[in-house]
Design a protein around this ligand. Structure first.
Ligand code: PHE
Length: 341
């Protein structure tokens, strides 16, 4: 029996498998329930008593050697499979990670700012929670003035009393006029709030870019020329503008500006409601009362102001037909603007 065991020991020592299958066959042959080592243990009872100690030790050694052979090669073969060249395909395309995109409102706001910055307009910002003076009174809306109803205002309580969520960024222009001396040429982009029922055409918050130019001898012709330049830059060289008389408490005279419909080339379509023109902003010459309220000499200086909704411009530019899409954060909508900036 000793010789058999010794033969098996050298067999184990010499065994060097190159595949997992060979190793498994070896394990079954030696270590499984019906394997050679189990058989030796079964035979052990026939070993003469005086040899039992030696033979017992030998069988145990054989078992240990066979087991450690299996363990060693198991580790080696599995790690070598993972790092072997065939198992890693370096030419495979990587799973692309999703990149974000700029929001269409940001894209259009930046474009408006770019267009006006080329003719010398700076950018000013102010608070969204505003006091009555900056949102209304300084802008020629005296208390109880019916024009306040034009702007369905949200009010909030604060330590300083009742405050408004600004209904337009004209409030920022008041702050600028109070703090700077003319000439002033600035844009005030930002979010504004109005208490309106949410629908495809209206929202309780939206974004504006308003502009203000104050210097000596600024005329309505300057306003018209500036807005014509903007319309052509924004909607294309062929764009025409139309100014219609309107009313705002803070400008006199006031107008609303339309641009020719780029969807139908002014021929008439459902976007321009068959008029050939689309309204995009309010504008006018700053009312002398407003200049005086802000400490600017209205005998020496004149100015113009204009204000537009960014959502409206973006709707026309990208043919979006529902305002709510801008604030829902649906990536299927947002993904479409990936290449737009
Ligand atoms: N503040 C006006 C609005 O929110 C827009 C406007 C700005 C009109 C400047 C005239 C001059 O509707």
């Amino acid at each position: 029996m000793k010789e058999t065991i010794e033969k098996l020991l050298s067999e184990v020592a010499a065994f060097t498998p190159s595949t997992k299958e060979e190793l498994e066959a070896f394990r079954i042959d030696f270590l499984a329930n019906k394997g050679k080592i189990k058989a030796l243990f079964a035979d052990f009872k026939n070993v003469p008593n005086e040899q039992k100690k030696d033979v017992g030790q030998l069988i145990n050694t054989l078992k240990e050697k066979a087991q450690s052979k299996v363990d060693d090669f198991k580790a080696k073969l599995s790690s070598s499979v993972e790092t072997s060249e065939e198992s890693i395909d370096l030419t495979r395309t990587a799973t692309p990670s999703k990149i974000g995109s700029r929001h269409p409102i940001s894209i259009v706001r930046n474009e408006i700012i770019n267009i006006f910055s080329r003719i010398g307009f700076t950018v000013s910002e102010g608070p969204e929670v505003e006091d009555d003076w900056h949102n209304f009174t300084a802008l020629n809306f005296p208390p109880e003035h019916p024009a306040r109803d034009m702007q369905d205002t949200f009010f909030v309580e604060s330590e300083e009393g009742e405050m408004a969520l600004r209904t337009h960024t004209s409030s920022v222009q008041v702050r600028i006029m109070e703090n700077q001396k003319p000439p002033i040429r600035t844009l005030s982009p930002g979010r504004v709030y109005r208490n309106e029922a949410i629908s495809a055409r209206a929202h309780c918050f939206f974004h504006q870019v308003e502009g203000l130019y104050i210097a000596e001898n600024v005329s309505f012709a300057d306003l018209k020329q500036t807005l014509m330049y903007f319309a052509k830059e924004m909607f294309g060289e062929k764009t025409q503008i139309r100014l219609r008389p309107s009313y705002f408490p803070f400008t006199e005279p006031s107008a609303e500006m339309d641009v020719s419909c780029s969807v139908c080339d002014s021929k008439g379509c459902n976007v321009c409601k068959y008029t050939g023109f689309l309204e995009i902003m309010g504008c006018g010459m700053v009312d002398p009362n407003v200049l005086e309220n802000c400490g600017i000499d209205s005998k020496k200086y004149t100015g113009f102001a204009f204000g537009m909704g960014v959502e409206r411009i973006a709707m026309l530019k990208y043919k979006v037909n529902d305002l709510r899409l801008y604030s829902e954060g649906d990536v299927r909508f947002l993904d479409q603007f990936k290449s737009a900036f």
